[in-house]
Design a protein around this ligand. Structure first.
Ligand code: ASP
Length: 605
């Protein structure tokens, strides 16, 4: 065998055993002989003394190399560069008065090195590992294993682990069973595009990766498991945004013989337990519940952020007889005229109002009418100039406006108005710092009674708002025949600080009703049989009433970590283009592999 060429100063660990982590030593350990191992975060050469910050997964300890104490160790310390892996044998001593660092948990002590081993060297890094500098995202993903060395990333993944542990602790205490479901399966119905996997042994046939374990968890209920959960990967081939990933993790749950309120109660208890355990935060139970329609009309969204006010106020009534043509037309077309009120108009220059105009236009809204309320004469901008004094008075009364307030009005089709004002509300809260980011405030709320169906005008058919297995409200079942869009469902979402964190429903457990819903969704018997035949079959064999929910774990941990993207809490995430910059996936495959799968490529030119 050829000799492995290595730097002569690299040594094996030999019999050395790590006695402590770099983050755990304190004043009480002074005098102890320890062995620490980790990465040299930085080295400072003070002429006589050399200091190295030694880092491992738990923190940093300062190592001091004194030539008087150990000339040999001091000599070797000269070689050590950033991110060299070293082992240090030495004694915990007190730092001199004046050199203690109150910002470091180990800041009162240091380790006087007697011996040091260089276990491995490191090339110069593509970026420094010190949390401080902004590093280019692509570089971070390419060298993810280095990026993950940053303490912020270490903290995020620790937090993720703890959240999962506490979820498991809680659910285990309630007798939930963790049951795995297949990854190589048939298409599941969450409404996104499937990732598909060719089957070599069944030429021309494909598996779909699960968009969620929805069908399997329902089958587990039919199988009598009653309380199921899984922390599970799901796959959806969607166009990606900052808070989406092609593969993401859900906490997936399902229960039999429960109604909606029992599910709410269990989930609330679970979050209360986790928040108490991890952050010592006491959540207030029961969580607020808000009807879907109310969420839309008060906040313009089905995931409202209730940490601040600025609710949407409807003004349509006031303009019923308006001579202002634009509003008149909106009313004629069954549209809406709505407003939000800003407490202080101070920062709203002409330019800022023009910007807001462009902002709402990006949601399809036509004009933004602005009224600055003043003692004496109010100022009206843009189309508000055409409103009569009586109308303005009524608006002031309806919005309870005071001098100094600013009223922003949008008119149009109701979907456009709500979307524009809902987003405007969030933008204004952000711009004026209405949300205290330092305060760890978590505003939980349930959104209930979603519509069961929505209409897809392009495909001229109804679509399930949640998924096709969601049960309609009992009192709305009759409307399935006459006015399907009016039917509300037993679906619910859990929202935290304006983020949809989970969603679920009570399911249909009756084959006939399931078939009716499939029909409404344009899935005829044959197609239903082909796609979900196994479920329909199972429902025939004594399916119990059941329901459940699934939470986006990445998004939840992102919120808890105060991070701005789910990529900050996923060890090896993909880019917006679903690529892994670290491994270079997806990549071309060997033509032999394609041949085995009987696949020929027909790529765009
Ligand atoms: N399977 C659903 C989802 O992934 C959640 C549920 O209904 O339990 O969104």
């Amino acid at each position: 065998m050829k000799m492995i060429k290595t730097k002569k100063y690299i040594e094996p660990m030999g019999p050395w055993k790590k006695t402590n982590s770099c983050g755990e030593l304190r004043k009480k350990d002074i005098g102890k002989e320890v062995i620490l191992m980790g990465w040299a975060q930085s080295r400072r050469d003070h002429g006589g003394l050399i200091f190295i910050d030694l880092r491992d997964h738990e923190g940093i300890s300062q190592i001091v190399f004194d030539p008087e104490d150990s000339a040999d160790a001091h000599e070797k310390a000269h070689i050590i560069k950033n991110e060299y892996v070293i082992a240090v044998k030495g004694k915990v001593i007190s730092r001199l008065a004046g050199s203690k660092n109150p910002n470091m948990p180990t800041g009162e002590i240091e380790i006087k090195a007697r011996q040091v081993k260089i276990l491995n060297v490191s090339d110069a890094l593509p970026f420094n590992i010190n949390d401080k500098i902004e590093i280019n995202d692509n570089l971070r993903l390419k060298y993810r294993y280095l990026d993950l060395r940053q303490s912020r990333m270490q903290r995020n993944l620790h937090l993720r682990h703890q959240v999962c542990m506490e979820i498991r602790n809680y659910l285990n205490s309630k007798n939930f069973l963790d049951i795995e479901t297949p990854f190589l399966t048939k298409s599941t119905p969450e409404g996104a595009r499937d990732y598909i996997v060719p089957s070599r042994v069944n030429p021309g046939k494909f598996y779909a990766l699960p968009q969620s374990p929805q069908l399997f968890k329902q089958l587990l209920m039919v199988a009598g498991f009653e309380k199921y959960y899984q922390i599970v990967r799901c796959f959806r081939d969607e166009d990606l945004r900052a808070d989406r990933a092609p593969e993401f993790t859900q906490l997936d749950m399902e229960m039999s013989f429960v109604d909606r309120d029992e599910i709410f109660n269990l989930v609330e208890e679970m979050f209360t337990y986790i928040f108490n355990k991890l952050f010592n935060i006491k959540l207030k139970m029961p969580f607020i519940k808000i009807d879907y329609q109310e969420a839309i009309s008060r906040y313009g969204t089905d995931k409202p952020d209730l940490r601040f006010g600025m609710e949407i106020i409807e003004l349509t009534e006031i303009f019923q007889k308006s001579s202002f043509r634009v509003f008149g037309e909106v009313i004629q077309n069954k549209g809406k005229i709505c407003a939000i009120k800003v407490e202080s108009d101070k920062e709203f220059s002409r330019k800022k109002l023009d910007d807001l105009h462009l902002f709402i236009a990006s949601f399809g809204a036509k004009g933004l009418s602005c009224i600055k309320i003043r003692e004496g004469k109010d100022f009206q901008f843009s189309i508000a100039k055409f409103l009569s004094p009586e109308e303005i008075e009524k608006v002031k009364f309806k919005t309870n406006a005071k001098p100094g307030n600013l009223i922003l009005i949008v008119a149009g089709q109701k979907e456009v108005v709500y979307e524009a004002l809902g987003n405007l509300r969030l933008k204004l809260a952000n711009d004026s710092n209405l949300i205290n980011q330092d305060k760890k405030e978590f505003n939980f709320l349930w959104v209930t009674n979603f519509p069961l169906l929505e209409y897809n005008p392009e495909e001229k058919r109804y679509e399930a708002v949640h998924h096709p297995f969601t049960a309609p409200l009992d009192e709305d079942i009759e409307l399935l025949d006459t006015n399907p869009l009016k039917v509300r469902s037993k679906a619910y979402d859990l929202v935290i600080n304006g983020n949809e964190i989970g969603g679920g429903s009570i399911r249909i457990h009756n084959t006939d009703l399931q078939k009716i819903i499939f029909k409404l969704l344009g899935i005829d018997d044959e197609k239903a049989e082909q796609k979900f035949g196994f479920l329909l079959q199972a429902l025939k064999y004594g399916a119990p009433p059941h329901g459940g929910i699934a939470f986006g774990l990445d998004r939840l941990v992102m919120l808890l970590a105060g991070a701005s993207s789910i990529r900050e809490v996923i060890a090896f995430p993909k880019t917006q283009k679903a690529a892994c910059l670290l491994t270079d996936a997806p990549s071309e495959v060997d033509p032999m592999q394609l041949k085995e799968l009987h696949i020929k490529l027909d790529l765009p030119l």
